[in-house]
Design a binder for this molecule. Structure first.
Ligand code: SAM
Length: 436
């Protein structure tokens, strides 16, 4: 007698008992029996860290002046313990990965140093919404824009605040659905290579349902566990940020333990993901507006924004489409549409400065007089030379009547640098002021 006979329901995912990892078989059973919350070992009842998010930075002895802000920026240890811990702050930041995501603790300090409660903060390149999320936790109003639908979906997911029981019940309802008949013949071959066919059927079914029902949080959870290199992910062994292509059987170095897809049940992994996301808690009310749109054409009224905080793309260094190709596919962008999106994004070095000038003109229009614009920009390294992107952008923005207040160098520790070169690498924090 199977568990489902015992519960008197049809086995929803008839292959669940083929799930190779006992921990996920148990998660599924706990979910169906309503015992998941109890069985989960995380510090589940830990409250939202209101001290971290309530305390303002400035005091009577340390007044809010631009000079003090720059001094603080040079001294806050946002790369030191505890800020450098992988899941510092709030688990929601880890909803789904993104290459080039801003470190949440940096977003935290930039917001604390350069804005105050009640300000309206704009991030015109929000990616997966790191700045809007921290801004919201810090009781600022916030608007985020990105042209990449994957970033937009995940950012939306971070602001969809329903109760955990709603989500667990939603997953539980899946017990009435039989995914064995789902047709996956239309799924592109390069996507099929990542997944066991039975896992893929479940993904295709759930993905469509979540997209149709605009369940952004659950959709982001699905995106978050889609591919990676541990049993909690749904794919063959690959990167959780960048989906390196699995080797086909014909490859001379084919690795059956890594390249051969095994069945992995989707729902228990989703349930475990939800539990992690809720483990640090969050306020239910949010003050964010998120836009799937272009920073070169900002759909906001004039003179409305108090502070801009963002990390713009820089000179062709990261490919926000190629690196998200599997996730974008499930959000409706086949290869051709991905090519179109890549052309739309600011990431091509030829047009880079012109595009950033267009963005600057829009920012000039939407920010209030005297507002600050904070850009986190990395240098770009070529074999024989480096480009100081912050300096180049600053020169162009001064022509638009922004004043350069400071460029603060942030040396990236060598263990965080992707290349093997021993050359020092910098992110630079460019602080500009809209002339009054
Ligand atoms: C360095 S990432 C920002 C990451 C973000 N701070 C985060 O924490 O996730 C730059 C972002 O700019 C976006 N982007 C590129 N061109 C854009 C455009 N024209 N309008 C809006 N966003 C754009 C990319 O999709 C990418 O998400």
């Amino acid at each position: 007698m199977t568990l489902f006979d015992h519960l008197g329901v049809k086995d929803p995912f008839p292959f669940i008992d083929k799930e190779p990892y006992p921990v996920y078989r148990n998660r599924w059973r706990d979910l169906l029996r309503g015992k998941l919350k109890k069985s989960f070992k995380l510090e589940f009842n830990k409250k939202f860290d209101s001290k971290l998010y309530n305390d303002e930075f400035y005091s009577n002895n340390y007044s809010r002046t631009l000079k003090n802000a720059i001094k603080l920026l040079k001294t806050v240890g946002w790369r030191d313990d505890p800020y450098d811990r992988q899941h510092w702050g709030n688990w929601l930041h880890s909803l789904s990965p993104y290459q080039g995501r801003m470190t949440p603790s940096l977003a935290h300090w930039l917001i604390k140093i350069f804005s105050k409660k009640g300000d309206l903060i704009l991030d015109p390149f929000m990616g997966v919404g790191t700045v809007p999320l921290e801004a919201d936790f810090l009781q600022r109003f916030t608007i985020g824009i990105d042209l990449n639908v994957y970033g937009y979906v995940v950012a939306k997911g971070k602001f969809e605040r329903k109760s955990i029981d709603y989500y667990l019940n939603y997953l539980k309802e899946m017990r009435n659905i039989d995914t064995s008949e789902i047709d996956i013949s239309g799924v592109s071959d390069w996507i099929q290579a990542y997944f066991h066919p039975k896992t893929l059927k479940e993904i295709v079914f759930l993905n469509k349902k979540l997209r149709d029902e605009k369940e952004y949080f659950l959709l982001s959870c699905l995106m978050g566990i889609l591919h990676g290199n541990r049993p909690g992910y749904l794919s063959v062994w690959t990167g959780c940020i960048i989906p390196m292509t699995p080797r086909p059987v014909s490859h001379p170095k084919y690795r059956p333990d890594k390249d051969k897809p095994e069945y992995r049940a989707v729902i228990p992994r989703m349930a475990a993901k939800i539990m992690r996301m809720y483990s640090t808690g969050f306020p239910l009310e949010t003050n964010a507006r998120l836009i799937l749109g272009d920073a070169r054409k900002i759909e906001l009224r004039d003179d409305t924004i108090d502070v801009v905080i963002c990390s713009p793309p820089y000179y062709n260094t990261l490919d926000y489409v190629g690196q998200n190709r599997v996730r974008l596919y499930f959000l409706g962008l086949n290869r051709e549409k991905q090519v179109d999106l890549r052309q739309e994004l600011i990431q091509d070095s030829k047009n880079y400065l012109d595009d950033m000038i267009t963005v600057g003109k829009e920012l000039k229009r939407v920010v209030k007089d005297g507002s600050l614009i904070i850009f986190v920009l990395g240098d770009v390294h070529r074999t024989k030379y480096s480009i100081n992107t912050a300096k180049e952008v600053s020169e162009k923005y001064q022509q638009l009547d922004f004043e350069e207040i400071a460029i603060v160098n942030d040396e990236i520790p060598l263990n965080k640098v992707v290349s093997r070169s021993k050359r020092k690498k910098f992110d630079r924090i460019l602080v500009l002021k809209n002339q009054e």
